[in-house]
Design a protein around this ligand. Sequence first.
Ligand code: ADP
Length: 259
Amino acid sequence: ALSRSSPQKHAMKQQAKPLILAVGSGKGGVGKSTLSVGLAIALRKLGLRIGILDADIYGPSLPKLLGVESERSRYEDSKLKPVMVDDLPTLSIGYMIEPEQAVMWRGPMLVRALKKMLLEADWGNIEILIIDLPPGTGDVQLTLAQNAQLTGAVIVSTPQDIALADARKAISLFDRIEVPVLGIIENMSGFECPHCGKISDIFGHGGAEREAEKRSVPFLGSIPLDQELMAAADVGEMISRINSERTGASPITAVARNL
Ligand code: ADP
């Protein structure tokens, strides 16, 4: 879907504003943040200029995923400067609070923080801004709907019924706020045993694809449970991990190509 308005084609060359791609899920813990970062790195590997905004105000995970928890964002010429990680501009509430600090804000403060990152930041000449949404259908989603022209949304789900039920709610929300759903990704889809090579469908298999078909939205692909990806995410080494994957062999790059 992105390729229809691909920045590599004509439109973006004259257009100053980036396409804005929201990555959402109904439920937490399904791998939305991991895949937001993974997709950003994979799209960059495909030659696009990308930025990432972590809109998970209460549970920011971007600084940890990128291994830059001690970085702090700052203002320059009254613009919020994204933290550059390997030339990738990134913003997160995690750069504004201490790592162990809990964010205890009511709605209006949350909305203010989000608007700052969205509207007062100097994102440079990026072509696509990837927004990692918090799970659910609350203040953040509504603020974005009112303040950002979202190009489209990608929904991450595991194959489990319970995750898919919530993914359905996320799709309804985007329908309601008239943001096109560009597709569904099935994460944690099967696990290949490193010892015997047998595939185990720990959380089931194919549920997200069937759901996509039912809802007439594109299915963007499956990402298996991957111990190395999890380990790289845990120690903030996702960039080098995805950069070192052979493009043809990487499920995340395959999903990025399908966008
Ligand atoms: P969410 O943003 O949906 O809450 P996260 O991206 O934080 O979820 O992922 C939850 C946990 O699952 C993290 O520990 C992450 O490393 C792990 N994880 C996500 N996707 C995979 C995967 N495909 N294989 C293995 N671990 C994964």
